[in-house]
Write a protein that binds this ligand. Structure first.
Ligand code: BEZ
Length: 254
């Protein structure tokens, strides 16, 4: 992550405000279509909820995540997981598939990620994933930036939300054959209010402020977003747009 204000992951906070992330990841597992006995790398495994699912389907799964706290949560489920930056993967020809759900948008050097995935896959291996695509959380970002701007603070985006054609070009440049790549608007109901989402995910922005100023900033953002993301039934949603893809490293690749 290139933001000067890093994101800190707290598994308990994640479980409270972000359990939906892995719950909504099942279509990506289905797209992966894992077979028992396959060697699979879960890139950005988080607290291991989907890694566990893959393991229960009979796969041999290794999880990697940049957060030591999230890796510890995965290990506590009995999973094999290690701390590793997805932009500097060190595996060579080891996996039948690399799987990734809701993690790639945190890695702002996509060429390095894709090159590492290519090296990690055996010939014929698949790279299947989903992450934030172009337009993802636009309303949320606008409200965050307006609130920071009113305090004379600007923060470079900590996230990578590419257009489909941009991501296709990056994948094809290293030799991947693209079978599936779509942008899907997916407004996502939240378990609580948008303040919980901001506390869980927007630290690269909010931690640019002095600690004493953060609660006021968050409540200003919540107020700005209420007319946009809070509905008549009393529920909040996030304006998510997903980029879902499935690509293959050709059998003939070295
Ligand atoms: C997402 O899953 O789209 C997302 C999560 C946290 C921050 C930004 C985007």
């Amino acid at each position: 992550m290139s933001s000067p204000h890093p994101q800190h992951w707290d598994p308990a906070q994640y479980a409270e405000h972000a359990r939906f992330v892995s719950d909504l990841g099942m279509p990506v597992v289905e797209l992966l279509s894992p077979r028992p006995g396959e060697d699979i790398l879960d890139l950005g495994c988080g607290d291991g909820a989907l890694t566990l699912k893959l393991s229960q389907l009979g796969c041999r799964v290794v999880g990697v995540d940049a957060s030591p706290e999230m890796v510890a949560a995965s290990n506590a489920l009995g999973l094999t997981a290690q701390v590793m930056d997805g932009q500097t993967l060190t595996f060579i020809n080891e996996f039948d598939a690399v799987f990734s759900n809701a993690a790639l948008h945190w890695m702002t050097r996509p060429k390095d990620v894709i090159a590492g995935v290519w090296r990690a896959l055996k010939p014929g291996g698949r790279f299947v994933g989903e992450f934030g695509g172009y337009g993802n959380v636009d309303a949320i970002i606008t409200a965050i930036e307006a609130s920071l701007f009113s305090r004379r603070v600007t923060v470079a985006s900590p996230w990578f939300f590419p257009r489909p054609e941009e991501y296709r070009a990056l994948l094809e440049a290293v030799g991947f054959s693209v079978e599936h790549l779509t942008l899907l608007p997916r407004p996502t109901p939240l378990p609580g209010d948008i303040g919980g989402w901001l506390q869980t995910f927007a630290q690269p922005y909010t931690s640019a402020l002095p600690a004493i100023e953060r609660p006021r900033c968050i409540s200003q953002i919540v107020t700005a977003l209420r007319p946009v993301l809070y509905d008549a039934t009393g529920n909040w949603h996030a304006d998510y747009v997903r980029l879902r893809f499935s690509v293959t490293k050709p059998q003939t690749a070295l």
